[in-house]
Design a protein around this ligand. Structure first.
Ligand SMILES: *[C@@H]1O[C@H](CO)[C@@H](O)[C@H](O)[C@H]1NC(C)=O
Ligand SMILES: *[C@@H]1O[C@H](CO)[C@@H](O)[C@H](O)[C@H]1NC(C)=O
Ligand SMILES: *[C@@H]1O[C@H](CO)[C@@H](O)[C@H](O)[C@H]1NC(C)=O
Ligand SMILES: *[C@@H]1O[C@H](CO)[C@@H](O)[C@H](O)[C@H]1NC(C)=O
Ligand SMILES: *[C@@H]1O[C@H](CO)[C@@H](O)[C@H](O)[C@H]1NC(C)=O
Ligand SMILES: *[C@@H]1O[C@H](CO)[C@@H](O)[C@H](O)[C@H]1NC(C)=O
Ligand SMILES: *[C@@H]1O[C@H](CO)[C@@H](O)[C@H](O)[C@H]1NC(C)=O
Ligand SMILES: *[C@@H]1O[C@H](CO)[C@@H](O)[C@H](O)[C@H]1NC(C)=O
Ligand SMILES: *[C@@H]1O[C@H](CO)[C@@H](O)[C@H](O)[C@H]1NC(C)=O
Ligand SMILES: *[C@@H]1O[C@H](CO)[C@@H](O)[C@H](O)[C@H]1NC(C)=O
Ligand SMILES: *[C@@H]1O[C@H](CO)[C@@H](O)[C@H](O)[C@H]1NC(C)=O
Length: 870
C-alpha cells in the first residue's frame, strides 16, 4: 500500500529510534526497540502539593481496609457487570459504594437527558483558556449529576501525529502546548465539579489500526501483539509527554494507560513510562487505570505501575481476571509487595477525596446498557431486575456553554467579503451535512455512520444527543426572521435540482460537507477508526466544485475530525468563504448561524495545519502490518516534527497554517517588549523518597479469603475471593507457584528509599518546580483597526535556535476582546521548560546555548513581531 511505503521510507531515511533495513513492505530482521526497566513503582508522597489533605483522608480510610477490600477497589467487576462502562467492587463494610467510571470526553455516554459538548479539538480552536475550563466544568457537572466518579477524559493521546488518526477529534491539537493547556483547563473544570478526570491514553496511542489484536484480526490482520510506538527519549519529552506533564501539574486524579505498546512493551505494564516517566519524573500522585482490556499480566502490571484494572476481566466476559482473586493470592504469597497494593488503593482514595468527595456517594442513577427504566443491574449476568434508570436531567444551562464553545472554535479560513451575511435576499443551503440523519440524531449506535450533519464523531468518545440543531433548521429560522427566501437540498447527489437552485439570481449558496472518523472498533465506509484518506466524504469535493461552477457566491462550511484537502477548490473565485466548524456538538446549527451572520465575530484558529496533499504532512497511519505476524512497528522517526513543525522544516506545500484564522475586523501588532525575570539557577532535584509505607495489615491465611457464604456470586463477576485454599486451584493458573524473583524484574519489589530523578518534582506534581519558573515576560500591543469589536488570538512562539529544533514552537496564547480603534496589551510568560530541550545524557531539561528568539503574531506563519532573548 502506498502509505505504508511512505512510512517505511521515512523510517529508513532517518531511523533515529533503531536502524531498520527495509525491503518491499516488510521490515527485515531488525532489532526491535526495547523499553528499559524502571523499578520499583513509586509510592505516594505525603507532602505532594495539592494532595496533602487527600493523602491524610486516604490514609485514614485505607488503614481500616482488609486485603479483600483493597483488591476490590483495584479490580473492575467485569464487562457489563454493573451500570457504568466500568465499576470496581464496593466496600460495604466501610460505607463506600462501587466507584463508577464513565465515558466520554464530550458528555456522559450511554444515557439520556445529558448534553453533547463540542469536541476537544474544536474547543482547542478557541485558543481560549476560560472557555476550555467552562466546558470542562459543565461536563464534570453532568457526570456528577449522574453519579459518575471518574470521567474518562480529557485526551492527549492521540495528540494527532497523523492527521488521519481516528480519535484526534477527542483530543486537542498536534501542538503539545495547546494540548497541554487544553488538558489542564479541562481537568481543573471537571475536578472542580467533584469528578475525577482521567488523562488518556498514556502514551503514544496515535492510531487505531493494530491497537488491539482481536480487533485487528477482525479486520483480517493476523497479528500476535499490538502495534509498538517506538519513540526516542527526546521526542517523548518534548512532544508526547508534555501535555501529560500539564495534566499532572493540574492535579489530575487518574491516567489511563493505552492499548498499544511503547518500544515493544505494553502501555499498561511498561515500567519505564508508568513508573519512570509518569510517577517518578512527573510525580503523578493519582492512579493509573487500564484501558478496557489493555491489561495483559497480573503481578507484572502491578509492579510496573498499574493501579486499577478495567473493566476487570481478562477479556470481556471471561469471568476471570489478572487481578481479583489473583491479586489477593499474589499479595498473600508475597509476589506483589503489600506496599504496592496499599499504594494502589491510596492513590485511588486520594484522588477520590482530592476532588471533594465524601464516603456517602449519591447513587448511580443511570445504566449504560439500556435506557429502559427497569432492567438488570448486572447486564452481563442478566440478574438483579430493578429500576436502573432515573432519567435525571443534568443539562442545566449547558446549551449556552456549548453554543459559545462551538462558535468561538469555528475558524474562518477564507472570506472575500461574503461574510457576515446581512439579510441576504436568498439563501440556498446544499448538502447532506446540513440536515438530519434520517434515523435520528442517535440512530446510529455510538454514532457509527456519517448520515446527516456531523455533530459528533464515532466510538466510545460519543454520547447521546438530547437534540441536534441542524444547520438547515437554524439557518432557515434566521432566514425567515430576516425575510430572506430560503431553500435547502439536504443531499449531495441531487445534481439537477442543485444546479437549478444555485444558478438563480441573487443566491447565496452555503455548501455543507464533512469528513468523519472515530474509534477502531467501528468501521464506517472502510474507515477502520482512522480515516483512510484526507478527502471529504460523500463526494463533498464534487459537490463544492459543482455548486461553485454555477454560483459565484459559494460559501463552504466543513465539519470534520481534522484537516481535509481543500487544494482543488479553495482558491476558486466563486468560493467566496470557507468556514471550518469542527465537531460542534448539539448546538451545531445555532453556533454556525452565530458565525455566518456575525453575531459572533470569528476568532477561532485552526489547531492543525491544512496541507496541500496527504504526503505534505510527512506522517501517516500505518495501515498494513510491517512485521509479519509480530507486533507492527511504528517508528516515530520524524521526532518532534509533526504538523506545523514538519511543514516549516520540510517546506512542503500547505494551504492554511497552524494558528491561522480570520476575523470580520482587522488587527495590528506593535511594540513587543521582553522583560527578563530573576529566576535563579536551575537546581536538579536530589535526595531520596521515604521507604515504602504500608497501611493496615492482612491475614496470610488463605482460608480468610474464601468466598463468604453470605455473598451470592453474580455470574461472570470478578471478586477478590478464592474458591479454594489451594493457591494453584484458586488461581486457575497452570504456572502458579513462581516466585517474584523468578518472574519479576530486579528491584520490582524493593521498598527501600529511592533516589529522586533530577528532573522530577520534589513534592511538586508536574516535574522539577523550577521548570515552571518564569524566565521572561513578553508584552505586545494589539490594535483593532477595523470597524467592529472582535476577539484576537495573539500567539507567542519561540525559536530554541539549535540545529535540531523546529523553526518555531508555540508557547502561549490569549484571546482578547478589543473594540474598534482600541489597543490592548497581550502579555505572556516564558517558563524555563518553554526554553529548554530534553538532554538525553543529563536526563534533564537544559536551556541550550543557542541564540533564542521570541515571536508574537496571529498564526505560526504571521509572526510580525520578534525579539532576541538574551
Ligand atoms: C525507547 O527506545 C528509545 C531508543 O532506545 C529510547 O530513547 C527511549 O527512551 C525508549 N522509550 C521507552 C519508553 O522505553
Ligand atoms: C467486593 O465488591 C462486591 C461487589 O460490589 C461486593 O459484593 C463485596 O461485598 C465486596 N467485598 C468486600 C470484601 O468488600
Ligand atoms: C495467525 O498467525 C499465527 C502465527 O503467528 C498462525 O499460527 C495462525 O494460523 C494464523 N491464523 C490465521 C487465521 O491465519
Ligand atoms: C489468574 O491469572 C491467570 C493469568 O496470569 C489467568 O489465566 C487465570 O484465569 C486467573 N485466575 C482467575 C481466578 O481469574
Ligand atoms: C502467587 O500468586 C500469583 C497470582 O495468582 C501467581 O501468579 C504466583 O505464581 C504465585 N506465587 C507463588 C510463589 O505462589
Ligand atoms: C446511513 O449510514 C449507513 C452506514 O454508514 C448506510 O449504510 C446507510 O445507507 C445510511 N442511510 C442513509 C439514509 O443515508
Ligand atoms: C438580484 O439579481 C438581479 C439580477 O442579477 C439584480 O439586478 C439585483 O440587483 C439583485 N438584487 C440583490 C439584492 O442582489
Ligand atoms: C475517502 O473516504 C471517504 C469516506 O470513506 C470516501 O467517501 C471518499 O470517496 C474517499 N476519497 C477518495 C478519493 O477515495
Ligand atoms: C463562477 O460562477 C459563474 C456563475 O455565476 C460561472 O459562470 C463561472 O463559470 C464560475 N466560475 C468558475 C471559475 O467556476
Ligand atoms: C490562489 O490565488 C491567489 C490569488 O489569486 C494566487 O496568488 C495563488 O497563487 C493561488 N494559489 C494557488 C495554490 O493556486
Ligand atoms: C468461584 O465459585 C463461585 C461460586 O461457585 C463461582 O460462581 C465462580 O465462578 C467461581 N470463580 C472462579 C474464578 O472460579
Amino acid at each position: 500500500m502506498k502509505h505504508t511505503a511512505v512510512a517505511l521510507a521515512l523510517l529508513a531515511s532517518t531511523g533515529s529510534v533503531s536502524a531498520a533495513a527495509v525491503e518491499g513492505s516488510q521490515l527485515q530482521r531488525r532489532a526491535l526497540a526495547t523499553s528499559e526497566p524502571f523499578y520499583p513503582s513509586p509510592w505516594m508522597d505525603p507532602n505532594a502539593d495539592g494532595w496533602q489533605d487527600a493523602y491524610t483522608k486516604a490514609k485514614a480510610f485505607v488503614s481500616q481496609m482488609t486485603l479483600a477490600e483493597k483488591v476490590n477497589l483495584t479490580t473492575g467487576v467485569g464487562w457489563m457487570g454493573e451500570q457504568c462502562v466500568g465499576n470496581v467492587g464496593a466496600i460495604p463494610r466501610l460505607g463506600l459504594r462501587s466507584l463508577c467510571m464513565q465515558d466520554s470526553p464530550v458528555g456522559v455516554r450511554d444515557t439520556d437527558y445529558n448534553s453533547v459538548f463540542t469536541s476537544g479539538q474544536t474547543a482547542a480552536a478557541t485558543f481560549d483558556k476560560t472557555v476550555m475550563y467552562n466546558r470542562g466544568k459543565a461536563m464534570g457537572q453532568e457526570h456528577k449529576g449522574k453519579g459518575v466518579n471518574v470521567m474518562l477524559g480529557p485526551v492527549a493521546g492521540p495528540i494527532g501525529r497523523a492527521p488521519e488518526g481516528g480519535r484526534n477529534w477527542e483530543g486537542f491539537s498536534p501542538d503539545p502546548v495547546l494540548t497541554g493547556i487544553g488538558m489542564a483547563q479541562t481537568i481543573k473544570g471537571i475536578q472542580d465539579a467533584g469528578v475525577i478526570a482521567c488523562a488518556k491514553h498514556f502514551i503514544a496511542n496515535e492510531q487505531e489500526h493494530f491497537r488491539q489484536t482481536g480487533e485487528a484480526q477482525g479486520y483480517g490482520y493476523n497479528i500476535s501483539e499490538t502495534l509498538s510506538s517506538n519513540i526516542d527519549d527526546k521526542t517523548m519529552h518534548e512532544l508526547y509527554l508534555w501535555p501529560f506533564a500539564d495534566a499532572v501539574r493540574a492535579g489530575v486524579g487518574s491516567v489511563m494507560c493505552s492499548y498499544q505498546q511503547i518500544n515493544n512493551s505494553y502501555g499498561c505494564q511498561n515500567s519505564k513510562t508508568l513508573n519512570g516517566l509518569l510517577k517518578n519524573e512527573l510525580g503523578f500522585q493519582g492512579f493509573v487505570m487500564s484501558d478496557w482490556q489493555a491489561q495483559h499480566t497480573g503481578a507484572a502490571s502491578a509492579v510496573a505501575g498499574l493501579d486499577m484494572t478495567m473493566p476487570g476481566d481478562t477479556e470481556f466476559n471471561t469471568g476471570l481476571s489478572y487481578w481479583g482473586t489473583n491479586l489477593t493470592l499474589a499479595v498473600v504469597n508475597g509476589t506483589v509487595p503489600e506496599y504496592r497494593i496499599d499504594d494502589m488503593v491510596m492513590r485511588i482514595m486520594a484522588a477520590f477525596f482530592k476532588v471533594g468527595n465524601t464516603l456517602d456517594q449519591p447513587p448511580i442513577n443511570f445504566d449504560s446498557w439500556t435506557l429502559d427504566t427497569f432492567g438488570n443491574q448486572h447486564a452481563a449476568a442478566g440478574t438483579g431486575y430493578q429500576q436502573i434508570n432515573w432519567h435525571v436531567d443534568v443539562q442545566a444551562d449547558h446549551a449556552s456553554v456549548i453554543r459559545d464553545v462551538a462558535a468561538k472554535g469555528t475558524v474562518l479560513l477564507k472570506n472575500n467579503g461574503a461574510l457576515p451575511l446581512n439579510k441576504p435576499k436568498f439563501v440556498a443551503v446544499i448538502g447532506e451535512d446540513a440536515g438530519s440523519n434520517p434515523a435520528g440524531p442517535n440512530g446510529c449506535s455510538d454514532r457509527n455512520c456519517d448520515n446527516g450533519t456531523l455533530g459528533m464523531a464515532w466510538g466510545s468518545g460519543s454520547a447521546n444527543f438530547p437534540y441536534l440543531i441542524t444547520p438547515d433548521a437554524a439557518i432557515q429560522a434566521q432566514a425567515v426572521n430576516d425575510g430572506s427566501r430560503y431553500e435547502s437540498i439536504l443531499a449531495n447527489n441531487q445534481v439537477t435540482a442543485t444546479k437549478a437552485l444555485v444558478s438563480q439570481a441573487n443566491v447565496t449558496a452555503i455548501v455543507f460537507v464533512n469528513a468523519d472518523s472515530g474509534e477502531g472498533y467501528i468501521n464506517v465506509d472502510g474507515n477502520e477508526g482512522d480515516r483512510k484518506n484526507l478527502t471529504l466524504w460523500k463526494n463533498g469535493d464534487q459537490l463544492i466544485k459543482n455548486v461553485s461552477s454555477w454560483c459565484s457566491n459559494t460559501i463552504v462550511v466543513i465539519h470534520s475530525t481534522g484537516p481535509v484537502l481543500v487544494t482543488d477548490w479553495y482558491n476558486s473565485t466563486n468560493v467566496t468563504a470557507i468556514v471550518w466548524a469542527g465537531v460542534p456538538g448539539q448546538e451545531s446549527g445555532n453556533s454556525i448561524v452565530d458565525i455566518l451572520y456575525g453575531k459572533v465575530n470569528p476568532s477561532g484558529r485552526t489547531p492543525f495545519t491544512w496541507g496541500a496533499t496527504r504526503e505534505s504532512y510527512g506522517t501517516d497511519v500505518l495501515y498494513e502490518p510491517n512485521n509479519g505476524n509480530g507486533p507492527p512497528q511504528q517508528d516515530f522517526s520524524e521526532g518532534v516534527f509533526i504538523d506545523y513543525r514538519y511543514f516549516d522544516k520540510a517546506n512542503t506545500p500547505l494551504i492554511y497554517e497552524f494558528g491561522y484564522g480570520l476575523s470580520y475586523t482587522t488587527f495590528e501588532y506593535s511594540n513587543i517588549k521582553v522583560q527578563k525575570s530573576n529566576a535563579g539557577d536551575y537546581k536538579p532535584t536530589t535526595g531520596t523518597t521515604s521507604a515504602a509505607p504500608t497501611f493496615g495489615n492482612f491475614s496470610t491465611n488463605l482460608k480468610d479469603y474464601l468466598f463468604p457464604s453470605d455473598v451470592t456470586p453474580v455470574w461472570q463477576y470478578i471478586y477478590p475471593y478464592l474458591n479454594s485454599t489451594d493457591g494453584k486451584t484458586a488461581s486457575k493458573d497452570p504456572n502458579y507457584g513462581k516466585t517474584a524473583e523468578e518472574f519479576l524484574p530486579p528491584h520490582a519489589t524493593d521498598s527501600t528509599p529511592q533516589p529522586l530523578l533530577r528532573s522530577s518534582g520534589k513534592s511538586n506534581p508536574g516535574g522539577n518546580r523550577q521548570l515552571y519558573d518564569t524566565l521572561y515576560t513578553v508584552t505586545a500591543d494589539i490594535k483593532n483597526t477595523g470597524k467592529i469589536t472582535g476577539n484576537e488570538v495573539p500567539q507567542l512562539y519561540v525559536s530554541l535556535g539549535g540545529p535540531d529544533d523546529p523553526k518555531v514552537v508555540l508557547r502561549d496564547f490569549d484571546r482578547i476582546r478589543i473594540d474598534p480603534g482600541q489597543t490592548a496589551q497581550f502579555r505572556a510568560t516564558l517558563t524555563r521548560r518553554d526554553l529548554s530541550n530534553w538532554d538525553v545524557v543529563a536526563q534533564d531539561w537544559v536551556v541550550s546555548t543557542y541564540p533564542k528568539k521570541v515571536y508574537v503574531g496571529r498564526s505560526s506563519r504571521k509572526l510580525g513581531l520578534s525579539a532576541d532573548l538574551s
